[in-house]
Design a binder for this molecule. Structure first.
Ligand SMILES: Cc1cc2nc3c(=O)[nH]c(=O)nc-3n(C[C@H](O)[C@H](O)[C@H](O)COP(=O)(O)O)c2cc1C
Length: 206
């Protein structure tokens, strides 16, 4: 049974990236009628930041972990379990200060774990999530298209491409609704602005 993991990270209920993930999931469900969707709203339920206990637990040999250390890693295990169960991921991202929302970074910190999602081999690091694919659906106030002067200020796509690749997810598509500030200012109609982007989203979800 195909399984999709949906992550949302925008804190706003009127969020554009949330509308994009919603569109993606509706299309995905139509083309995968027997599929299951696992949903994580990271803005509503934010993972905890890593602390000293977590880091020591993660770097302790699994066979030697104390019950406290196992409990410390429980959320991390749950989140990694979702990544393992799902065949593909759709990640809604609001650009905040040229990068991803803090809650999404906290999720990444919980799931990027040596021995679970990556390993160091003789020839270098190896991602352990095999055969998965991801679609990143982002919204930004400005436009950061390839070749534009602002492109170098976009740390969303390069960061997510790097970190997803590091854990083994190299099949990643990015769709960005850039220039969303025009919707906020009222100079562009939201539905008109989103029309081509949502069409692109439906095409990749099918
Ligand atoms: C706290 C905050 C920081 C933002 N930082 C940026 C930024 O660095 N660059 C940009 O182009 N837009 C920025 N924006 C605008 C958002 O990217 C834009 O509103 C986008 O639609 C957010 O996605 P969402 O609608 O899914 O929440 C910021 C908005 C907020 C609320």
């Amino acid at each position: 049974m195909p399984t999709l993991l949906q992550l949302d990270s925008s804190p706003l209920s009127t969020s554009i990236s949330r509308e994009m993930t919603h569109e993606f999931v509706n299309s995905w469900k139509s083309s995968h009628p027997t599929g299951t969707v696992i949903y994580r709203d990271l803005a509503v339920s934010s993972p905890a930041p890593l602390n000293e206990a977590w880091i020591y637990a993660a770097y302790t040999d699994p066979a030697a972990r104390t019950p406290e250390q196992i409990a410390t890693l429980a959320l991390s295990e749950e989140l990694i379990g979702e990544l393992e169960r799902a065949d593909e991921y759709v990640i809604g991202v609001a650009m905040h200060n040229f990068s991803i929302p803090g809650t999404l970074k906290l999720w990444i910190d919980q799931i990027a774990r040596r021995g679970r999602t990556f390993a160091y081999r003789k020839n270098g690091p190896e991602g352990l999530l095999k055969g998965k694919k991801a679609t990143v659906l982002a919204a930004s106030g400005g436009a950061y298209g390839t070749g534009s002067p602002a492109a170098a200020m976009n740390f969303v796509d390069p960061y997510l491409k790097t970190v997803l690749g590091f854990i083994g997810v190299t099949d990643v598509k990015f769709i960005t609704a850039g220039g969303a500030s025009r919707v906020m200012s009222g100079s562009v109609d939201r539905a008109e602005f989103l029309k081509p982007t949502l069409a692109e989203v439906r095409a990749v979800a099918a």
